[in-house]
Design a protein around this ligand. Sequence first.
Ligand code: ADP
Ligand code: MG
Length: 408
Amino acid sequence: MDVNDNACSQEKNIACHREQARSHKKAHPAQLNNNMWRPIIMANLKIKNLQKGFEGFSIIKGIDLEVNDKEFVVFVGPSGCGKSTLLRLIAGLEEVSGGTIELDGRDITEVSPAKRDLAMVFQTYALYPHMSVRKNMSFALDLAGVAKAEVEKKVGEAARILELGPMLERKPKQLSGGQRQRVAIGRAIVRNPKIFLFDEPLSNLDAALRVQMRLELLRLHKELQATMIYVTHDQVEAMTMADKVVVLNGGKIEQVGSPLDLYHQPANLFVAGFLGTPKMGFLKGKVTRVNGQSCEVLLDAGTRITLPLTGTNLSVGGAVTLGIRPEHLQLAQPGDCTLQVTADVSERLGSDTFCHVLTSSGEALTMRVRGDLASRYGETLSLHLDAEHCHLFDADGVALTRPLRAAA
Ligand SMILES: Nc1ncnc2c1ncn2[C@@H]1O[C@H](COP(=O)(O)OP(=O)(O)O)[C@@H](O)[C@H]1O
Ligand SMILES: [Mg+2]
C-alpha cells in the first residue's frame, strides 16, 4: 500500500469511525464484572455462507464461522486473501453479496454499522488530528449525549488500562506510533462494544514495539474479558495471540482451530506451509506399498520411508508430498532412516542454528538445531527422517490422517 493509499484509507477509516461512533448507547443493562466499570456483555457471532463480490469478482467465497463469547479469534492469511473484507462485512462497512451474520441470535446482516455494537481499530489509527487524546477517546460518548461524569470515568479507566494518563491533553502528532495505536484502542474500549475488531493494528509499528503491543493486547483481552477478532498476515501473531485461528486463502477458510492443533495437525499443504518459522519442508514422492496401518513412500530425493497411517485411500503409484518441520530434522545416527543432502547456507543465531540444505532432487529443507552447528557450505550431510514426525499429503494437498502423535 503506498502513501496515497494510506492517506485515502485514513480518511475512509475516520468516516467509518464516525459512523460507528453514532451508535454509542448509554449503557448496557447488565451487571458489572470484576472490572466494576465494564458491564458483562455476551457476544456470540455466527456467520453462514457469507459471500462478497467486487465488480463481478468473487472475493469472499462462502464463509461459515462461529466466534464464541470472550474468544480471541485471529484471521490470518496472505495479503489479498480477503481478511479485511471479511472483517468489514462483520462491521457492516461493506454490504454482503450473500449469506448471513448473526450476533447473539439476532440477524445483523442488514443492520447499519452504527447499530451493531462492534468497534473497529484500524491499522492507520484514524485519529482526529485536531483533537486531544482525551477528546479522541470521548468523542463517541459526547456525541451520544452520555453524562459528563460517566464519560470522564470511562476515558479515565481506558487511559489507566492503556497507560495513557499523562498524555490525555496531547494531540496525536505529539505521540509515538505505539501511543497513537493505544489511543485508537482506547476509543474502542470506551464504547464498550460487544466485539472488538482489529485490522492489522500493529503493522505500522517497528518490530520491537510490535512484540510489546502484542503482549499488551493479550493482557487487555484478559483484563476486559472481551470478545476480539484480530486480522493479521503475520502467522507469528496468529500463533501467539489466538484462542482460535482462522486460516484464510483466496476468500475461503482453509482451517479453523487452536494454534497448536493447526501446527501439529495441518489439514492441508497450505496451512502446513503457512504456519511455522522456519517453514515446514516438503519432499515429493510416490507410494510404493500400502496396507491398513502404514504406507511406504519412495521420495524423489532417494529415501524410502514407511509412515504410520490409518484409513487412507492411497494406492500404489499415487503422488504424495511428505512434510517435515525444521525442529524434527537432525543429523543421522547409525540405524536411522537417512536422507542425503547438501548443506546450503546456515543462520547461526546463538541459541539455534537454521541449517538450510538441498536434496539431490533439488528440494530445499531447513533443519533447526539447538545451539550452534558449524556446517560447511556444499558439504554432504546425512539427516534423520523421523517417520513419527512426518506429515503426508495426497496429490490434492490434503493431509492424510495418521495415528495421533504426541506434541513435540
Ligand atoms: N472496495 C473494493 N473494491 C474492489 N476490490 C476490492 C475492494 N476491497 C477489496 N478488494 C479486493 O478484494 C481482495 C481482498 O482484499 P482485502 O480483504 O483487503 O485483503 P487482505 O485484507 O486479506 O489483504 C483484494 O483483491 C482487493 O483488491
Ligand atoms: Mg487487509
